[in-house]
Ligand binder design. Structure first.
Ligand code: KIV
Length: 272
């Protein structure tokens, strides 16, 4: 059977731009640990994002804000220990890139050195473009993130769709162009109208990866726990669930509990 996963060359930022040129869609999924990253890499994912959504799905925080640089490095290193083919992008957590380019570069270098990741993702546009330039000039590939930026939740007040009004849409387009000019190799657009995301994708040369941004972009990203159905209580319109692991895991765990209680486990074959 012929699939995109048969190309076993390491995915690079250059290959992503080639993929956009020839119209091949880019797959991207989050991972935070060695075991899941290993499965996702071997399944043929183009990009693995060590997202600061780890704050929600791994730690149980309500927002992504508490995530620290050291925690991101822990998850980034765990993922890098597993991955052979996918491009690995690590999120810069809240407060580490915020208008002080030298400080931002120091944090970025720490993540790259201590994780061995391929690239970083940074939320924000014009306000932090000097930081992004400093990081890119030091040889670190950067992916931008515009639209709904979860690290700015306290400014927005809600996780509703962004850039529905003209002023915000225009700022998003100009930020996206600025990020491309600054040297970002791609941009994530989160939760914005599909037509706006499509316009950005058609006007920029770099790949635009959407989450809740419709199908007119160059690729899609989802949070692994959401698409595998581990989370039952998060059901935004944009989410497609590819498994119901919540039920699978619950049944397996309940089966184990029952077997322990009834002394069915371990049996003779499972004993030394
Ligand atoms: O942290 C994350 O998982 C992300 C995705 C939602 C794009 O930034």
């Amino acid at each position: 059977m012929s699939t995109y996963t048969e190309d076993s060359r390491k995915v690079t930022t250059h290959r992503l731009i080639e993929m956009k040129k020839r119209g091949e869609k880019i797959s991207m999924l989050t991972a935070y640990d060695y075991s899941m990253a290993s499965i996702i890499d071997q399944a043929g994912m183009d990009i693995i994002l060590v997202g600061d959504s780890a704050s929600n799905v791994m730690v149980g925080n309500v927002t992504t804000l508490p995530m620290t640089l050291s925690q991101m490095i822990y998850h980034g290193k765990s993922v890098m220990n597993a991955v052979k083919r996918s491009l690995v992008v690590v999120d810069m957590p809240f407060g580490t890139v915020s208008g002080n380019p030298l400080q931002s570069l120091e944090a970025a270098i720490r993540v790259m050195k201590e994780t061995g990741a391929d690239a970083l993702k940074i939320e924000g546009g014009e306000e932090i473009v000097a930081d992004i330039k400093k990081i890119i000039d030091a040889g670190i590939p950067v992916m931008g993130h515009l639209g709904l930026m979860p690290q700015s939740i306290n400014k927005y007040g809600t996780y509703n769709v962004r850039a529905k009004d003209e002023a915000e849409a225009e700022k998003l387009i100009s930020d996206a162009k600025l990020l491309e000019e600054t040297g970002c190799f791609g941009i994530v657009l989160e939760k914005i109208p599909a037509s706006l995301a499509g316009k950005v994708a058609s006007e920029l040369q770099i790949p635009i990866i959407g989450i809740g941004a419709g199908g007119q972009v160059d690729g899609q990203v989802l949070v692994m726990h959401d698409m595998l159905g581990i989370n039952k209580n998060f059901s935004p319109k944009f989410l497609r669930r590819y498994a119901d692991l919540h039920s699978v895991i619950t049944e397996a765990v309940q089966g184990y509990i029952k077997d322990v209680k009834t002394q069915d486990f371990p049996n003779e074959n499972e004993s030394y």
